[in-house]
Design a protein around this ligand. Structure first.
Ligand code: UGA
Length: 469
């Protein structure tokens, strides 16, 4: 099928590249000429596994780039809207980009088209898109608006698209449902999974995925409700972690016991310094605003957000309780991205913590495998950027793990121990077994687990021999 994807951010690029891999002809539309030129040149603007391979495979063949949305609409059977919906001051989503795209699409509706909302949007958006397209002159019989929320996670977006738990499609007509079924047919029929050159299947993936057809309003709510529920799971376990700290229990053991109940499940129960990113914080605010507008005060979501922010402050207090004073202390920071596997620092709890530590007068030496370039734009003074984790640790009064990168869970602890000034690690992502850290000479503080101290009286206060010399 011929499709247009409007917006070449995370969602648009991944959606376009994956649909091309399923055999469709894709035009990626963006109004940023510089971005288009870079994409045509073979550049890949985001850090996303398998995306460079897919773009290289299909660029100039099944993927084309264009700045002309009307022309792209005319030559497509489906037009996906994947533009940004940033939060406004009051927390609800700013839909002005969606509206201007809908206006443009209107001029290209010259035969039956399905307009698909892919951006995360509040309930009623599809109705508004329909109204705007009609208001600008398109024949209502010539198009349908559907809602097809994405559930992609940054870092695994390509495999999330190709091996989804489910595909949700909200429609108001059978004709639109049929177009959507055909679009996803290569996945739902299992055809893609039998292909020799398919992107490798993640271990946990169950194929083929189920296509769930709903009303457009239900689909819109599914997206917000899913993200809100996942954020709630994280805040829930973070709250439990705080109780564990108070009573001396171990949150990892609690998670094991709770997560093995198949009704609850073990995923998204990892405690830490809170969730960040471009989705959860924004979507929770937007969902709350949607609920309020419909007459429901969804206070649970406010509490989820409050626990999330408190989690960061708790960690800061923990660092203070270990270091006593902050001014002039040198801290090695591992991780700046909002989570592992991405270069994205939007609403990153790691960056927010570093900013707080800088305000307190600490010197920071930070390392992140992918996010340093972006972090340099916001952390303009007081931070040194290291070439690797070991350089960040060198001479540190304490080492802080703030992002759950896999490589931070596999550090050479003896090497690290020899480089730091004091063997103190504060792990905001629970990447290590406390007993192992003590064996390697570290006093180790994590989230929701008892501190593991090398020596109860001189906990982490003894400098390295080299320093003493
Ligand atoms: C999230 C959802 O997981 C996707 O399903 C959704 O499509 C996407 O938002 C979106 O709305 O576009 P993403 O923001 O990429 O995806 O990242 P997640 O993997 O969900 O992680 C979000 C945050 O939660 C990160 O800061 C991560 O460190 C934190 N987290 C995650 C925890 O603290 N504990 C966990 O157990 C899991």
């Amino acid at each position: 099928m011929r499709i247009a994807v409007v917006g070449s951010g995370y969602v648009g690029l991944v959606t376009g590249a994956c649909f091309a891999d399923l055999g469709h002809e894709v035009v990626l539309v963006d109004n940023d000429e510089k971005k288009l030129a870079a994409l045509r040149n073979g550049e890949v603007p985001i850090h996303e596994k398998f995306l460079p391979e897919l773009l290289a495979r299909h660029r100039g063949q099944r993927i084309k780039f264009s700045g002309d949305l009307q022309a792209a609409t005319r030559e497509s059977e489906a037009v996906f809207i994947a533009v940004g919906t940033p939060p406004t001051e009051s927390g609800d989503a700013d839909l002005s980009y969606v509206e201007s795209v809908a206006r443009e699409i209107s001029g290209g509706v010259d035969g039956y088209k399905v307009v698909v909302e892919k951006s995360t949007v509040p309930v009623y958006t599809s109705q508004w898109i329909r109204t705007i397209i009609m208001r600008n002159g398109a024949d209502p019989a010539q198009f349908d608006v559907t809602s097809n929320p994405e559930f992609l996670r940054e870092g695994t977006a390509v495999t999330d698209f190709l091996y989804p738990d489910r595909i949700v499609v909200g429609v108001e007509s059978e004709q639109a449902a049929e177009v959507m079924r055909q679009l996803y047919g290569p996945l739902t029929s299992g055809w893609y999974y039998g292909r020799g050159d398919a992107i490798p299947r993640p271990e946990a993936a169950r194929v083929p995925p189920r296509l769930i057809i709903t009303s457009t309003k239900s689909a819109e709510l599914i997206k917000h409700a899913s993200n809100a529920f996942l954020a709630m799971k994280i805040s829930f376990i973070n709250a439990v972690a705080s109780i564990c700290e108070s009573v001396g229990a171990n949150v990892q053991q609690v998670c094991d016991g709770v997560g093995t109940d198949s009704r609850i499940g073990p995923r998204f129960l990892n405690p830490g310094i809170g969730y960040g990113g471009s989705c959860f914080p924004k979507d929770l605010m937007a969902f709350r605003a949607v609920a309020k507008e419909s007459g429901y005060d969804f206070r649970l979501l406010e509490e989820v957000t409050r626990i999330n922010e408190e989690q960061r402050h708790r960690f800061l207090r923990k660092v203070r309780s270990v270091l006593w004073t902050f001014r002039g202390k040198r801290l090695g920071v591992l991780g700046l991205a909002f989570k592992g596997g991405t270069d994205d620092i939007r609403e990153s709890p790691a960056v927010l913590l570093v900013q707080e530590l800088l305000r307190e007068g600490c010197h920071i030496c930070a390392y992140d495998p992918a996010a340093m370039e972006r972090a340099q734009e916001v952390l303009t003074s007081g931070v040194e950027f290291a070439a690797d984790a070991y350089e960040a640790a060198t001479g540190a009064d304490a080492l802080l793990i703030l992002t759950e990168w896999e490589e931070f869970a596999a550090l050479d602890l003896d090497r690290l121990r020899a480089l730091v000034k004091y063997p103190i690690m504060l792990d905001g992502r629970n990447l290590y077994d406390p007993a192992v850290m003590v064996e390697h000479g570290f006093s180790y503080y994590s989230v929701g687990r008892p501190a593991a101290l090398t020596d109860e009286l001189t906990a982490g206060t003894r400098p390295n021999k080299r320093e003493q010399a």
